[in-house]
Every structure is written in structure tokens, then in C-alpha cells.
Design a protein. Structure first.
Length: 229
């Protein structure tokens, strides 16, 4: 069997990223809730490796049920068209980032930064307002609106017997007018994340932080780096 994956927690695995799929990919997470859920999917070229890594985790990628796009940037959504074609999965994203995803806006998605020709995809389930809960055969995934990096940035929360896992992609930024970034809103979002008291933080580029103290230290460090300790 080719591919490799790293266990993040109960039923959650790291299956994509610079060391696992493609240098341009965000960190991609697979969650087995009876139905298979993928949190982001990378730029696109790394998708075959991600597919192998899902298999290496003991999961059947062909039975992918839901693809959660945490925000509109190409390193998180670039493979979406291939994933949909191969699996027929449902695509979920926050309504404020849906327009950029569905027209493949080169600035809002940062596709022009990466030099990638992004294929637009339809979002089956736009998330409105503060968020919603996705319910699956063996558990739930809470999606919370956490704007700042982009207007429609979301995080996902998985509560299990082993603790709370916070999938918080790109809470470090960066921030740019072309993305619709808002640092003041980001600071409020970061306070929300701190209040969640997560046991594990699965971030989008910096890796997995284990233990409430490590999670809090990373989040507070990001606030300090952007002018608020």
C-alpha cells in the first residue's frame, strides 16, 4: 500500500500537506464519522497522493460523503473539482466565500498568487450566519463562522471521548485586501476559538498542537504577532 497518514485523534487523520502530498497544499484532514468527511483538499496536483493517504489511514476515499471547504483559497479548494468528479461528495462552505468558489475568482481565491488555473465548483450546502452542525452516522461536526482571513472563513469542531479537536485552518492569516481580510474581525474570531478550550488544534499550515496549553499558546501567540496579546 502506498501513501501515509498521521492520526490526529479519534477518527481523524492528517492526509495532505507539504510533506504528504504537494508543497503548495494546505494541511488536509479526513474524519471518519461513519460517513467520511474531508476538511479541505489541497491545490489539486497533490490529490492523487491525498487519495492514497486516505487509503493508508484505513478509509475508503471513494465513499467520501462531505467536503468541507474552510475558506476560498486555492491551496484549500483547488482539488475540489477532481474530488467531486471521483466521489460525488457534497460540498460545504460558508455563504460569504461561496461566490469566490463558484466563479473561481483569481484574486479572492489567491489562484493568481499560486499561478493555478482554478476550476469553479458548485457549493451544495452554503453555511449561513454563525454556523451550523453537520450530522453523520456516527457523530457531529460543528462548523463555526470565524471571519478575518477571508469573509467566509470557518472552523470545524469535533467532540469525542478523547477530547475536543479544533480544525482551524489558516488562523495565522495572512491578511490582504484582495482576500477581503479584516484583522479586527479576525481578533474577535480568535477570542471565540480560545473560548472553545480545545484539546487539539489541527491548523492549516503550522501543524497539529496537542494539549489545551499548547493550543492556547499558539492562538495567543498569533494574537500577539498581530498587535494584541
Amino acid at each position: 500500500m502506498t501513501g501515509r497518514a498521521e492520526r490526529v485523534g479519534d477518527a481523524a487523520f492528517l492526509v495532505g500537506g507539504p510533506d504528504l502530498s504537494d508543497d503548495r497544499d494546505c494541511l488536509v484532514y479526513a474524519v471518519d464519522l461513519g460517513d467520511l468527511v474531508l476538511i479541505d483538499c489541497g491545490c489539486g496536483p497533490g490529490w492523487p497522493a491525498i487519495r492514497d493517504n486516505i487509503r493508508a489511514a484505513g478509509l475508503d476515499g471513494s465513499r467520501l460523503h462531505t467536503l468541507v471547504l474552510t475558506h476560498a483559497h486555492v491551496d484549500h479548494i483547488g482539488a475540489a473539482s477532481r474530488v467531486i468528479d471521483e466521489t460525488g461528495c457534497h460540498v460545504v462552505a460558508h455563504e460569504l466565500d461561496v461566490p469566490a468558489i463558484e466563479v473561481a475568482d483569481p484574486a479572492r481565491t489567491a489562484a493568481d498568487w499560486y499561478g493555478i488555473n482554478l476550476v469553479p465548483v458548485a457549493v451544495d450546502r452554503p453555511v449561513a450566519g454563525a454556523g451550523e452542525t453537520l450530522r453523520f452516522a456516527r457523530g457531529e461536526l460543528r462548523l463555526l463562522h470565524a471571519p478575518g482571513h477571508t469573509p467566509g472563513s470557518m472552523v470545524a469542531v469535533l467532540d469525542s471521548a478523547a477530547g475536543r479537536i479544533l480544525f482551524a485552518q489558516d488562523v495565522h492569516g495572512p491578511f490582504h485586501p484582495a482576500f477581503g481580510s479584516d484583522v479586527a474581525r479576525w481578533r474577535r474570531s480568535m477570542q471565540l476559538l480560545l473560548e472553545l478550550d480545545a484539546d487539539v488544534l489541527a491548523e492549516g499550515h503550522f501543524g497539529v498542537f496537542r494539549g489545551p496549553e499548547a493550543v492556547r499558546r499558539f492562538l495567543e501567540g498569533q494574537l500577539a504577532a498581530h498587535g494584541e496579546g
